[in-house]
Design a protein around this ligand. Sequence first.
Ligand code: CS2
Length: 495
Amino acid sequence: MEHTLPVSQENLSQFANHIRIPTFDRKSLKMGIVHIGVGGFHRSHLAFYTDKILEKTNTPEWGICGVGLREGDRKIYDVLKKQEGLYTLIVKHPDGKIESQLIGSIVDFIFGFDNPDPMLERMAHPDTKIVSLTITEGGYNFNPSTGAFDFENPDIQYDLDHPDKPRTVFGLLTASLAKRRDAKLPAFTVMSCDNIEHNGDVTRDMLLAFAKRHDDDLADWIEQKVCFPNSMVDRITPVTTQSDIDYLEKSYGMKDEWPVTCEPFIQWVIEDKFSNGRPEFEKVGVQFVPDVKPYEKMKLRLLNAGHSVLGILGAIHGYKTINACMEDETFVGFLRAFMDKEATPVLDEVKGIDLKSYKDSLAVRFANPNIKDSVSRICSESSAKLPKFLIATLQENLDREGSIHFATLVIAAWCYYSDIRTDKNGQALEIIDAMDVELHQAAKQTKTNPFAFIQQESLFGNLAKNERFTKIYQVTLQKIYKNPDVKTHMQDILS
Ligand code: CS2
């Protein structure tokens, strides 16, 4: 198109001929939700559901205020400030159909890296009823193997020494809840939307561990007044690419500096435990259940683990996207056999869900050729993901003498990936992991000590001491180092 218009409140009506725009009165919204960690997933999931609620019900108390407390949040802050919180959600269907929509539920954004005061004020504001989190699996500050809060983290130390100038989520939640208690305001709900088993319980345990160090009475108050619903969240949301930005410009003359793309599927299963009210999310398809644990275990151990299986093996094979892996029969077969033989036997029954159709639907979702979810996104932060997604399943299968060959190949491949850092053709891999240095150091010792990688106890617990596992692991590792064509090894296990 010749003329392009930037996304803004003023230009909204100009886009209405082409795509859905918010029709609720954005100016009258109060900010009942403060969200920490506004990444792609928040914008395709909670902000999308909230937008739907605002369209459907007259409940202006439920606008969202985004909050970013890391330096890395500066870019999204700049974009959303410029676009007055508006952005486009581009939903890509497997058959090529694309539906775009402007989302209007985020009404303000506070960037608190330089100065936390405005964030604290907003969280302690009487309008704030829910503080939601997408701070990634690694953001909960626990030791993956023991589950204990990590007080050694220098930022946590800083927050304990400077309780009024917090740098971490835990410092921020504690300081803002203290303000609310002192002002005799009701507590807000702390709602985790991250892929962690029992995400609400974990958030509560970590926050209480931190708050106790700081102030026992406050910790008691938090324990009594704050609700932490557990939830299972789901929508595949790849990293935005320049071609998504160009697509909006070419098709609709829209200049959106940071749209979000996602698949059509969306799910949110959550416990109905809120300290201070909530939007009527059930009106837009959210499932409220008394106990979310079986749902989250099913999703983490099938979908997320399935992603990691494809991601790590796919990276070494040289595939760039998850859908490319799903065009390869060996990968499809290996994924399904891993799910059937290793992941499913350790799952609990999920009422009303047929696991076979759930797994069938995952294969269709992963294969969506238009999503082009990069294996580098899936492999990123594997050190925070694999202990929960995959190693837990492996451990449970060791306990019950179940099959472990599929998961073991992935762990051995992860060691090779961390050590050699290229695919089987020698092309460099893009590795993004907070523990990258440690992983590389450990993997590098493989030639002299084949167990160095799995001896990292914070990730693998006591796996390195399990004889059945180490036997299979050592043989698998030797095979991969000798021949990094992982497909051969996948086929061997399948046969
Ligand atoms: C992915 C998830 O990060 C990952 O490894 O498995 O981001 C996944 O796409 C989402 O959890 C889907 O809901």
